[in-house]
Design a protein. Structure first.
Length: 282
């Protein structure tokens, strides 16, 4: 006697083929954004986040910056792959040719990628604002009013260091004015001689040093400021390039992951299993 095994059937949704389902896209995007946020938090904790607010970026080597970029690529592969697969698996089966089904599953993955990128940017921006509010007191808000002053904050400390500071000196404004001058040191033409002379007089009046000693300090700080700005530019270029590459790779990964989830959904290939105990007896 021949025993017939039960055959699993896949119900095809009787809806127009043009209809798009937002629920799987949003679900996959939430998973991808949450996973990316958690992985980026781990990166900040273990010290391979180039975009850190800590001044330790001065000591980072090219290898560490490149490693941080590779981590961005890894996060994109893992998060967008997971989000795209979940979206493709949750999508109800649709009718049509295999090419049409593959295209629609891939498009669903791209929507997961787009929504997740927006959510990740929003979460990162909110976290950065909260961190800045927690680490920046109202006392130093005015001292950090110049855009990019963090790049040369240590050089400004060295420039205006004094054992006994003269009275009636608005040091906050002096630091902001000096920061605007120092930030021009990395340009092709450098700092004009009149700005260099003015910076020496500003240092002398703020610290009580003689003009020759203030000029020597200015020359030393200018060289250090140029090195710091160049390091910051190099880190920003590497981070921006790796971020762009990770984003493009994430779009491709989300496309193919959604297609893989769709094939598992339709039973075209064996799906993953969650245990090793074998089929349970009834």
């Amino acid at each position: 006697m021949t025993v017939m095994e039960p055959v699993a059937t896949v119900t095809v949704e009787d809806v127009p083929i043009q209809k798009f389902r937002w629920t799987p896209a949003v679900a996959g995007a939430l998973v991808a954004a949450a996973l990316a946020f958690v992985l980026h938090s781990f990166a900040s904790a273990i010290g391979i986040a180039v975009s850190s607010t800590s001044p330790t970026w001065r000591d980072t080597s090219f290898a560490l910056q490149f490693l941080a970029g590779l981590y961005l690529v890894t996060v994109a592969i893992v998060s967008f792959g997971a989000g795209g697969y979940i979206a493709g698996r949750l999508r109800s089966p649709i009718g049509g040719s295999s090419d049409e089904i593959e295209f629609r599953d891939g498009t669903l993955g791209l929507m997961v990628w787009a929504i997740a990128v927006i959510l990740t940017v929003l979460l990162t921006g909110i976290a950065a604002q909260l961190l800045a509010r927690a680490t920046t007191s109202s006392a130093d808000t005015q001292a950090r009013s110049v855009v990019g002053e963090r790049l040369v904050a240590y050089e400004l400390d060295r420039l205006f260091r004094a054992e006994k500071r003269p009275t009636n000196i608005d040091l906050d404004y002096a630091r902001s004015e000096a920061a605007r001058i120092l930030l021009t040191s990395a340009g092709h033409s450098g700092i004009p001689n009149d700005d260099r002379t003015y910076l020496a007089r500003l240092t002398a009046s703020s610290t009580g040093l003689a003009i020759p000693e203030a000029q020597k300090r200015v020359d030393t700080v200018l060289g250090q400021a140029r090195d710091s700005i160049r390091k910051a530019r190099r880190s920003a270029v590497i981070l921006a390039f790796m971020l762009g590459a990770a984003s493009l790779l994430g779009a491709a990964v989300a496309w193919f992951a959604a297609g893989a989830g769709g094939r598992h959904r339709d039973g075209s290939v064996p799906s993953m299993t969650w245990g090793w105990a074998g089929p349970r007896s009834r």
